[in-house]
Design a protein around this ligand. Structure first.
Ligand SMILES: [Zn+2]
Length: 281
């Protein structure tokens, strides 16, 4: 990690910042850099989480809003544990980002959350807020969801971020991450270390692996534990990210495809052909 990097980490929901980049965040801070975490939605449209939190099988709008309040508290605690002092909650609509990107781009066709009743939201307003939030810290590196993620909010958040970065005067390095895919992340075993995703849709993508040290992994575990509402529902998925490495695709550069899943040791070096982290971080 180059010293004094200025990083922005974009998370569609509270917990994605820690899952994807809990180690990277710590390293940037430890090496004299700064980190702004931008959480795009409050994660307040999640039926199972709202039910688990309130005990109501059919949660009300108030129940969903309560969930959003609790999840905001959780991400504040998680990022505090990671050492982050710059957290931005954009409070966009959970489960609504794909609609903002497509049918509700304009404020003339706004989106209102069917769960919480919050709104109106529009894609153009979200893009403006996101771009401004990224631009004000003049980042050298932006970490965001990969637009190929299978979760619509993640895919859309990736597109929003790419569009936001595209409009900046200075172009930061872009690293993208996956959280949801039917084939990734693999459980442990068989893969002790997180391998690069191997599906056909990722062919030609240069993946890089960031290796955490033991302290960073312990802190990442503590930060992830702070997302209390998520463990009873998706604890198995969260657990899969508590590995000794984090995996990112290098945006806007080309290289060879990742290696086969579980091919040991790939993450201990940059895959050849990938430009890895550019000098101009
Ligand atoms: Zn998410």
């Amino acid at each position: 990690m180059p010293p004094a990097a200025r990083a922005v980490v974009v998370a569609p929901h509270p917990d994605d910042e820690t899952l994807a980049a809990g180690g990277l965040i710590q390293r940037v801070l430890r090496t004299g850099g700064t980190v702004r975490v931008i959480v795009v939605t409050a994660g307040d449209g999640y039926l199972e989480a709202a039910t688990a939190l309130t005990g109501h099988p059919q949660p009300s709008a108030d129940d969903y809003r309560t969930l959003g309040t609790v999840r905001a508290r959780e991400v504040r605690e998680a990022t505090r544990l990671l050492g982050v002092r710059d957290l931005v909650l954009l409070d966009g609509p959970d489960d609504g980002l794909a609609a903002l990107w497509s049918s509700s781009w304009s404020s003339a066709t706004p989106y209102v959350s069917p769960e919480s009743g919050r709104g109106p939201f529009s894609g153009e307003a979200l893009l403006r807020a996101l771009r401004e939030s990224i631009d004000t810290v003049a980042p050298t590196i932006v970490v965001a969801p990969d637009p190929r993620d299978h979760h619509p909010d993640h895919a859309a958040a990736g597109r929003f971020t790419a569009a936001a970065v595209d409009g900046l005067a200075t172009r930061p390095a872009l690293l993208t991450y996956l959280v949801h895919d039917t084939i990734w992340p693999p459980p442990r075993p068989p893969c002790e270390e997180l391998p690069p995703p191997a599906g056909a849709e990722y062919a030609g993508t240069p993946w890089v692996s960031f290796v955490l040290d033991a302290d960073e992994l312990a802190t990442k575990r503590a930060a992830l534990a702070a997302h209390h509402t998520q463990w009873p529902i998706v604890g198995g998925l969260l657990e899969r990210f508590l590995r000794r490495n984090e995996v990112f695709a290098v945006g806007s550069s080309r290289g060879r495809a990742g290696t086969t899943p579980c091919e040991g040791g790939w993450g201990l070096r940059w895959p050849s052909g990938a430009r890895a982290l550019p000098h101009d971080l």
